[in-house]
Design a protein around this ligand. Structure first.
Ligand code: PLP
Length: 428
């Protein structure tokens, strides 16, 4: 930790909080974040050369594990030809074809540089298409840091949006309605109140930003039906779930077809990439075909496309998602059994290769209020115990964990052996 500690002190001089994205600063769990020098397969290594089994996986992109040789080689090969042209390339065509093949609801799509850009652009497009201003999101769902989406719910079903960060004018947020996740009734009421004003619903089809909360039966279908009934656009934010909970994302797993889909993370194989796309009729509203403006100097960057394409090629391997799903269940159920053994109340959720551990006696956590009422003290003890013994998990109790194809049975068993010791300590 010594080198990380001195790097963290240096970092704090010129970088706010010492990090380029807040969660990395370990504020929720306390302590010094390990500074990472390299990663390979299921492991990351810190500046003091300590190895960790990694269940953050760069917050989702590395579904194949770190430093996959095919992706690395694709980046090297592409970089030989130059880094950016600001002009069309065949790689972008291949990427669009591949994404449409794997996620058929994305009849047309546009590449961007992050998940935030994808959701921000999809919202603008939905508003342009419907000529309506209001958007509906869910409490605890994170869709990146664009102004209109960085809005918390007040209590009650139909509160107007209140910005959750200074710097967002209340006027920007007032068109954002925030409802309870997995509560269809609240959405129904919102549409009854504003039948002609809601442009779209944006939802994480498996919520991964309030720990991991899958949709309850009928929730996603209910959203689809309400959007159809009221002429609103259904946007699935699959930045996290895309190519992760199933090859075709959550829309394939739950068999619901959204109008628009946002992607990020896995689609870039570790490079800064996002995409949004969907029904042709809606996508044709985008400039230069239509009036809704959206652009990007580095969008469709060739090196990023090469990495993303290599990642999408590899995830098509036979049996990959079955294995990921099985391993995730083994790990999550293993944690739960160990918690029980040590008399610690714990509930687990998982979907595909996403999982969440909740230190709570609630049997199934289904919404934000339940998620934030978990025992953070126990989580923090657990977190630091795992870290000390070489297991790197998301440094906040409200973040999902990720399994990769590089996590072997042996690595999973090692993780559970460590958890056994750590949970025994937490129980004391
Ligand atoms: N949407 C979801 C569901 C996410 O999980 C995230 C990031 O974690 C985003 C959007 C924003 O993506 P990015 O951080 O690439 O801007």
């Amino acid at each position: 930790m010594q080198t990380s500690q001195s790097l963290f002190s240096r970092a704090k001089i010129h970088i706010p909080g010492g990090v380029n994205s807040p969660v990395r600063a370990f504020k929720a769990v306390g302590g010094t974040p390990p500074f990472i020098t390299k990663a390979d397969g299921p492991y990351i290594f810190d500046a003091d050369n300590k190895r960790y089994i990694d269940y953050v996986q760069s917050w989702g992109p590395m579904v194949l594990g770190h430093n996959h040789p095919s992706i690395r080689q694709a980046v090297i090969d592409s970089a030989e030809n130059g880094l950016s042209f600001g002009a069309p390339t065949e790689l972008e065509v291949q990427m669009a074809e591949k994404v449409s093949e794997l996620v058929p609801s994305m009849e047309m799509l546009r590449m961007v540089n992050s998940g935030t850009e994808a959701t921000m652009s999809a919202i603008r497009l939905a508003r342009g298409f419907t000529n309506r201003d209001k958007i509906l999101k869910f409490e605890g769902c994170y869709h990146g840091h664009a102004d209109a989406l960085l809005v918390k719910a007040g209590s009650g079903a139909l509160t107007f949006g209140v910005p959750s960060s200074p710097g967002i004018p209340a006027d920007f947020a007032k068109h954002t309605l925030t409802m309870e996740y997995n509560n269809l009734e609240s959405v129904d009421q919102a549409f009854a109140e504003y039948p002609e004003d809601i442009a779209c619903i944006i939802v994480e089809p498996v919520a991964g930003n309030m720990n991991c909360i899958p949709p309850v039966d009928g929730f996603l279908q209910g959203l689809r039906d309400l959007c159809d009934q009221y002429g609103a656009v259904l946007i699935f934010d699959e930045v996290m779930t895309g190519f992760r909970v199933a090859l075709g994302g959550a829309q394939q797993k739950y068999a619901i077809k959204p109008d628009l889909t946002c992607l990020g993370k896995v689609i870039g194989g570790g490079m800064p990439v996002g995409a949004f796309g969907g029904r042709t009729e809606i996508m044709e509203m985008l400039a230069p075909l239509g009036p809704v403006y959206q652009a990007g100097t580095l969008s469709g960057n060739p090196v990023a496309m090469a990495a993303g394409l290599a990642s999408l090629e590899q995830i098509q391997q036979q049996g990959l998602y079955q294995k990921l799903t099985k391993n995730t269940a083994t790990l999550a159920e293993g944690f739960k059994a160990l918690a029980q053994k040590h008399g610690i109340p714990m509930s687990v959720n998982y979907a595909g290769s996403m999982f969440g551990l909740f230190f709570t006696d609630i049997e199934k956590v289904t919404n934000y209020q339940q998620a934030i009422n978990c025992n953070t003290e126990q989580f923090n003890l657990f977190y630091h115990g795992m870290l000390e013994h070489g297991v790197y998990m998301a440094p906040a109790s409200y973040e999902a964990g990720f399994m990769s194809a590089a996590h072997t049975d042996e690595v999973i068993q090692q993780t559970l052996d460590i958890a056994d010791k750590v949970l025994a300590n937490v129980a004391q």
